[in-house]
Design a binder for this molecule. Structure first.
Ligand code: PHE
Length: 447
């Protein structure tokens, strides 16, 4: 077999991993989850879980991947045969996750086009909700954009790691950050913005229930791209000299910072325009354009912003897809192209019911949830935490301290005073914390 592809530079890997982490999860999902779960208390819980569980699990995935140098299934099996199932679960979850991720990705493409033509920002601010609702409830049009989004993802992935993924993520992430800062200034200076800031920052602990904690934990996994083996897969393309410890810090911190800033953009805007923070998945698609209508050159800024959001979403969706592609190429011996076409087709089909659940099939309920909610709940709150839990047990109890620390310190070449604490967290803290939250998520525990 030809030698395996590799990331060409350290910064290339960090940006690809950060690109995977930063996506719709930060700008679309984090705000509406916060909105549905009551604001400040959710945000605090989120930050706590990032610090205790998120950063550590990121390092867990990086170390398993770099040690394995193979698709996720083989990387887990290399440490212990009995854990290969985490890789299969990742492959399965990847299909479900991308199918709704790309429906929303399609919305961002539509918004980019509607900004370019000026249609979006020519609407009165109070009409944007109707505009959005009118679009997503259509049977065919959103599916077209969903397909386009999948096509773009598959196209980049088919080109491989260094020529595709690495190249496309490098340039654009910093630009997204700058755009967010511009929006931040505008949002905070809207009349009435401070009510939103207060709502966002003031924790109301009476809102903190078992299901809020489940949601916060799910959001951490979703946003940091944990529990899908995506980070395992990316790290499998790393060379031996990278510093995994600092990479996991950098990735977790940038991802968190962007989500927090997104909240500072969205909530002041919602309060300034009298919207409802618990408005669900449509939240940012309504509130962001409202800011743009209140800005000079709003159409221009809207266009740039949504374009960057499309790119941020793509750098995440390619990592979701790469889990399966590396698997199909190495285990089923398909070409990258064949694997990409197959994957793209299945995901398109799976996305159809998801998209329709925002319109005609809005009343269809399975296990008491709409189709979109069901897919999302299964992925974020069940599958991702379950494999995160299993990864921690694998590293803490089966790989063992000596080997795990050798991997993360590059055989002792990196001096680190956090490595020991990391291992302790992985072995004891994560299994207990994530274990309890998982039992709550599947309904065994009820707090
Ligand atoms: N982290 C990505 C986002 O926030 C989504 C993602 C989840 C990517 C799981 C890979 C694995 O948009």
């Amino acid at each position: 077999m030809a030698s395996r592809d590799q990331f060409r530079s350290r910064i290339g890997f960090i940006l690809a991993a950060a690109g995977s982490a930063i996506g719709l999860g930060n700008i679309w999902r984090f705000p509406y989850m916060t909105g549905e779960s009551g604001g400040g208390a959710f945000v605090l819980m989120y930050l706590l879980i990032v610090m205790v569980v998120g950063v550590s699990l990121l390092l867990v995935e990086f170390s398993i991947g770099r040690h394995g140098k193979a698709n996720a299934v083989d990387s887990y099996a290399k440490i212990h045969k009995g854990f290969a199932w985490i890789g299969y679960l990742g492959v399965f979850t990847s299909f479900l996750l991308i199918s709704y991720y790309s429906v929303v990705g399609g919305w961002t493409i539509y918004y980019t086009l509607k900004s370019a033509t000026g249609t979006l920002t020519s609407l009165p601010a109070d009409q944007i909700g109707n505009f959005f609702g009118g679009f997503i409830s259509q049977p065919v049009l959103p599916l077209f954009y969903h397909l386009l989004f999948i096509f773009l993802t598959a196209w980049i992935v088919a080109k491989g790691i260094s020529g595709g993924i690495e190249k496309y993520t490098k340039a654009l992430m910093p630009l997204l950050f700058i755009m967010l800062l511009i929006l931040l200034v505008r949002a905070l200076t809207l009349p009435g913005a401070m009510k939103g800031v207060a709502w966002y920052l003031k924790p109301d602990f009476s809102k903190l229930t078992g299901s809020t904690v489940v949601a916060a934990c799910g959001q951490v996994f979703f946003s940091l791209s944990l529990g899908l083996s995506g980070m395992v897969t990316y790290a499998s393309y790393l060379s031996k000299d990278d510093n995994l410890i600092s990479s996991s810090f950098v990735v977790a911190m940038t991802d968190t910072l962007i989500a927090i800033i997104a909240g500072f953009v969205i909530f002041p805007t919602i309060f300034a325009f009298g919207g409802d923070p618990s408005g669900g998945p449509g939240l940012v698609f309504i509130s962001l354009p409202q800011i743009f209508t209140k800005m000079p050159m709003g159409a221009f800024f809207a266009f740039i912003f949504f374009l960057l959001l499309v790119i941020a979403a793509l750098t995440s969706s390619i990592s979701i897809m790469e889990v399966c592609i590396t698997f199909f190429v190495e285990k089923v011996k398909w070409s990258r192209l064949k694997a990409s076409v197959f994957y793209g087709t299945v995901c398109f089909l799976l996305g159809i019911p998801v998209s329709l659940s925002f319109g005609m099939w809005g009343d269809v309920k399975i296990l008491g949830k709409g189709i979109f909610d069901l897919f999302d709940y299964f992925c974020s709150n069940i599958s991702l935490p379950l494999s995160g839990l299993a990864c921690a047990i694998l590293v803490g109890w089966f790989w063992g301290k000596e080997k795990a620390l050798a991997e993360v310190t590059n055989d002792g070449r990196i001096q680190s005073n956090v490595a020991g604490l990391w291992f302790f967290t992985v072995k004891y803290v994560i299994p207990i914390v994530v274990g309890i939250i998982f039992l709550q998520a599947i309904g065994v525990l009820q707090v």
